[in-house]
Write a protein that binds this ligand. Structure first.
Ligand SMILES: NC(=O)c1ccc[n+]([C@@H]2O[C@H](COP(=O)([O-])OP(=O)(O)OC[C@H]3O[C@@H](n4cnc5c(N)ncnc54)[C@H](O)[C@@H]3O)[C@@H](O)[C@H]2O)c1
Length: 249
């Protein structure tokens, strides 16, 4: 399948996990890419893998919670390619704390990256997507849909991402822009593998966040993201696609 020939896609969180898998999938379907991440070395690995496929890629170090850095990255895309067709916004962070022990600083950090970052990216790309009839795929979560123990800030941020995505879908539908989000759960990535549980966590609660079919790799999410972002998804907007191996079924 070559659904992204002549398409320019910006991928955030491209250095790892679902963002990296999405960048590789879209490149293999013909896309030219602007890849951004906070981590230079993992970003370089993604760029090398895309170049090895013979695809065009530009990279930009960017903290998605900084308006200045987000705007600079989107401008780099326009300067390099002249347009933008798709935003795949996967950059995000997770931390676990008991709600009554979560510091305001740690709450704010998660909200800044996951929620404010999504707003800043969407705000910056929308004028360009209006010109191309493009679309957005954001990273929500099963935590947008059901309680995630120790995830007060994360759940609040991801609930906000889902609501924001639907709002953008409605607001921009008549201008030809689509906006969707994915709600993954139990996907094997650096984020999932490096999570630290709070002291005295009641692990019985973990049964709520385990898939029925076993954890899967990030490429399963990348495949759905590619469908949503492609012409195959042209009648889908304001949708949240849950991929959690039956966790919330
Ligand atoms: N893995 C899962 O099971 C799962 C479940 C639900 C939702 N998600 C969401 O999917 C998205 C991708 O997660 P993943 O599992 O691939 O995680 P990951 O940790 O493997 O990748 C996240 C990437 O985002 C980058 N990043 C973090 N903060 C950033 C910032 N401020 N600016 C720019 N880049 C930043 C990291 O450097 C990393 O490369 C996240 O938004 C996450 O919340 C993942």
């Amino acid at each position: 399948m070559q659904r992204f020939v002549d398409k320019i896609v910006m991928v955030t969180g491209a250095g790892s996990g679902i963002g990296q898998a999405s960048a590789l999938r879209l490149a293999s379907e013909g896309a030219s890419l602007l890849c951004v991440d906070l981590n230079q070395s993992t970003l370089d690995e993604t760029v090398a893998a895309i170049e090895a496929k013979g695809s065009k890629v530009v990279s930009q170090l960017c903290d998605v919670s900084s308006e200045e850095e987000v705007n600079r990255s989107v401008q780099a895309c326009i300067d390099s390619f002249g347009k933008l067709d798709v935003l795949v916004h996967m950059a995000g962070i997770l931390r676990f704390d008991h709600c009554d022990e979560l510091s305001l600083d740690n709450w704010q950090k998660v909200i800044d990256v996951n929620l404010t970052g999504t707003f800043l990216l969407c705000k910056a790309v929308l004028p360009h997507l209006v010109k191309t009839g493009g679309n957005i795929v954001n990273a929500a979560s099963t935590a947008s849909l059901s309680g995630l123990p120790w995830g007060t800030a994360y759940s609040a941020s991801k609930g906000g991402v889902l609501a924001m995505t639907r709002t953008i879908a409605v607001e921009y539908a008549k201008r030809g822009v689509r906006a969707n989000c994915v709600c993954p759960g139990d996907v094997r990535t650096t984020m999932a593998e490096n999570v630290t549980f709070p002291e005295n966590a009641d692990f019985d609660l973990l049964t709520r966040v385990m898939s029925m079919t076993g954890a899967k790799g990030p490429e399963v999410v990348a495949g759905v993201i590619a469908m949503l972002a492609s012409e195959d998804g042209k009648h889908i907007t304001g949708e949240s696609v849950r991929m959690d191996g039956g966790m919330l079924s």
